[in-house]
Design a protein around this ligand. Structure first.
Ligand SMILES: [Fe+2]
Ligand SMILES: [Fe+2]
Length: 472
């Protein structure tokens, strides 16, 4: 969510006329751009796979249950600035709430810690959706101490959330774990919910959750955002989210122009340190010795390539992890992103990116160390690429030699731990079985040793089609 406050008059007009507030209205005009945008033509990438806007979206059962009320909901933590010194939170109410605030205090077992809380005024933006007008509120708590447990709540003086805990990052490199999800996208309430709940049960002290795009299926369907927020529930208010948009977070306006969901920027408060025009969709976060870079595969790929050179070229951290939606190496048939790979992979190779976390292909596939192409395996360096899926929509796997471990028809989540020179990766099914694992060990001078820890269980693959009978 942007920093500026919209005039109250605009709120009133929106309430009266039901004006539609698109993503542009939330753009920060003064957001710093590391690299000016390039006017040059975009590379040819795989055909866009956009939500079908021409056919009506099937109504979500119980959609009205997702309408805003005066009670704060969709409370989501995220990082906007330094995670050791700040913490952002975003929440929603109906349009009756305009004086929203958040309170924060050092957490204590002594319940009267609340008397030490300070109050921070929220920034409020209206959002007209297919369920009516809502107000989205955000606060970026700043001036925090590193490695410290805080308690906060959000509200308006009358209706409050519960007091919720979060811990700031340390000032330097320290071991920590985080969670990574591929596409949630479909049947979010009924079936994706078990992915986020299993992941949290497995790694309750995870410091953040990465969502690699396609969080929902239909970019501007409010009830689907409601399902996503409710599936995570209070987990989202305790564990920050790092999110990138997928093709399903983009819709087409009546003129056929591809556009970021109008829910995206009100719903999340994210860094604005990426290229101009990609605020809160392309950015980086530094967390305890790891640089996490979120890229947006849906637009301005060339501008991101230029920006990426600066962000990777000035990276003081030991580990570098990238996340974006469309995989450079596809795991499903007919979905290769060759042009994007040719544009971005040489930069990944040049700066020895350790790990790339992706979505989009609704299968699971994890590579060995790859450098300069799928046929160039390099045990001593190279990048590990992962495609995963957390929701129930499943595609057919296109088995390729680069895949060290793959799966079909399996909902998964991943828990990663960074500890000094070792990065431990585990993929688990939503029923808790270890499905894939490896360690990356830094050996100095940019060399990563990949240690396979794949469990003995066979791969979960669809049965091979029966051979056609031989003609007599
Ligand atoms: Fe998807
Ligand atoms: Fe996708």
């Amino acid at each position: 969510m942007k920093k500026s406050r919209l005039p109250l008059l605009l709120l009133a007009l929106a309430a009266i006329f039901g004006a539609s507030f698109g993503a542009r209205e939330f753009s920060a005009q003064n957001a710093p751009a590391v690299v000016p945008p390039l006017p040059s033509a975009q590379p040819q990438i795989a055909p866009e796979i956009l939500p079908r806007q021409s056919s009506p979206v099937a109504p979500v059962p119980g959609a009205v249950a997702h309408r805003a009320t005066a009670i704060p909901d969709r409370i989501i933590l995220s990082f906007q600035t330094n995670p050791a010194r700040s913490q952002a939170v975003t929440w929603r109410t109906d349009a009756s709430v305009s004086g929203a605030v958040a309170q924060i205090a050092l957490a204590s077992a002594y319940p009267k810690f609340v008397e030490t809380a300070r109050t921070v005024e929220a920034q409020t933006s209206p959002l007209q959706t297919d369920l009516g007008l809502a107000h989205y509120h955000s606060v970026n708590f700043v001036g925090l101490a590193p490695s410290t447990l805080y308690a906060y709540r959000v509200g308006d003086g009358t209706n409050w959330s519960e007091w919720i805990h979060f811990r700031t990052a340390s000032d330097g490199a320290e071991p920590f774990s985080f969670i990574y999800f591929g596409d949630a996208q479909n049947e979010i309430k009924s079936l994706w919910s078990r992915a986020i709940r299993a992941a949290y049960s497995d790694a309750p002290r995870a410091r953040f959750m990465i969502h690699a795009g396609d969080l929902i299926d239909s970019a501007n369907t409010d009830a689907q955002w409601g399902e996503w927020a409710n599936a995570g529930g209070w987990i989202n208010s305790m564990v920050p989210s790092i999110v990138v948009p997928g093709n399903h977070e983009y819709g087409q306006n009546p003129g056929g122009i591809k556009r970021l969901s109008r829910h995206w920027r009100p719903m999340f408060t994210l860094p604005e340190n990426g290229p101009r025009g990609l605020e809160e969709t392309c950015y980086f976060v530094d967390y305890q010795g790891v640089r996490i870079i979120a890229l947006n595969t849906e637009e301005k790929q060339l501008e991101q390539a230029v920006w990426l050179e600066t962000v990777l070229g000035n990276n003081p951290h030991k580990w570098t992890i990238l996340t974006f939606h469309r995989p450079l190496y596809s795991s499903a048939r007919g979905r290769e992103n060759v042009a994007l790979r040719q544009l971005w992979m040489p930069i990944f190779d040049k700066y020895r990116v350790d790990l790339v976390l992706q979505g989009h292909d609704h299968t699971y596939a994890r590579s060995k160390n790859l450098r300069a192409g799928v046929n160039v395996r390099n045990n001593q360096s190279g990048t590990v690429y992962v495609v995963s899926v957390s929701g129930p929509k499943m595609y057919e796997l296109n088995r390729e030699p680069w895949m060290a471990r793959a799966a079909e028809d399996t909902q998964l989540y991943q828990v990663l731990t960074v500890d000094g020179n070792t990065l431990r990766y585990q993929a688990r099914t939503v029923t808790g079985e270890l499905y894939d694992a490896f360690d990356l060990v830094k050996k100095g001078r940019g060399v990563n040793q990949l240690v396979e820890r794949v469990p003995a269980a066979p791969e979960r693959l669809r049965p091979a089609p029966a051979a056609a009978p031989k003609p007599r």
